[in-house]
Design a protein. Structure first.
Length: 276
């Protein structure tokens, strides 16, 4: 039954065209010359509209296919980027490229739902266990980080967005190694996150880029978060409170990549050992 439905769905435009031609033929046979002229002109308009609509649908579906192809190509390019490899052997003088082993895999996905007006915003994607997705996988777009997965079903998954008051991940300035903690203040609105914990003696400037630190095993080191748009001093400490404009516009997210860290279990076993 499903195959039959798909077959009729594919040929629906052709069937509509045949019905239209039968109507025209009937007009030619049974109507007067004047009536034929008027109706045939109307038929031509309908045919033109039909073909225009058909082309619009075809263009839409072709564009969807092209977007899917581009998303897969982008995922492949991300997997080939330098920071997706980890050193498995080296010495203190140099590192040779052929001793690197792949650490991260990128799975493209389409965002089917995204909230930005809540305190705990989430993103729903069209991939799940059927594509090897599991909780605590990083989610990024072509512009920067988006969040990480929390719940996974057979064919879908949801992620905690950066626009979530429970968000808490380690980040660093691109030009330095001083670690801070990213969080979201609901009062700042969409597309602004905060970073705390970086001492004020680090000379940071408005416009500096903030990236992922990589130590949690969810994101590779160096994935873009955004740029500093305001520097404040944390109350009661000698640390900065940075307001960072995210590189991702969370009001418009269509395509993302889910990141699988092939070494995450090993990292977790060392950083979170079982109690003896």
């Amino acid at each position: 039954m499903k195959n039959l439905f798909l077959f009729f769905n594919k040929i629906k435009f052709f069937l509509f065209f045949i019905v239209l031609q039968l109507i025209v033929f009937n007009v030619v046979v049974t109507k007067t010359d004047y009536q034929q002229s008027g109706i045939l002109n109307s038929s031509a308009k309908v045919s033109g509209w039909f073909y225009s609509l058909k082309n619009q649908f075809s263009s839409y579906w072709n564009l969807r296919d092209e977007n899917k192809i581009l998303a897969n190509q982008n995922a492949q390019l991300k997997q080939e980027s330098f920071h997706n490899y980890t050193i498995v052997s080296s010495n203190s003088i140099k590192v040779v490229n052929d001793i690197y082993k792949k650490q991260y895999l990128f799975q493209p996905a389409v965002v089917i739902n995204n909230t930005t007006n809540k305190k705990k915003n989430t993103i729903t994607m069209d991939v799940g266990r059927n594509k090897g997705i599991r909780p605590e996988m990083g989610v990024v777009s072509s512009r920067g980080i988006v969040g990480f997965t929390r719940n996974v079903s057979g064919h879908y998954s949801t992620a905690m967005s950066l626009m979530n008051t429970e968000m808490n991940i380690p980040v660093i300035p691109l030009k330095d190694s001083c670690q801070g903690t990213l969080f979201w203040d609901f009062n700042d609105g969409v597309n602004v996150v905060s970073v705390k914990g970086i001492p004020v003696y680090y000379k940071l400037k408005v416009g500096d880029t903030i990236v992922t630190q990589g130590g949690a095993g969810i994101f590779p080191k160096g994935e873009t978060v955004g740029v500093i748009e305001k520097k404040l001093k944390q109350i009661g400490s000698n640390n900065w409170l940075l307001k960072v404009k995210t590189s991702v516009d969370f009001r418009v997210i269509n395509h993302v990549f889910l990141i699988e860290n092939l070494y995450k279990e090993e990292l977790d076993s060392l950083q979170n050992p079982l109690p003896e």
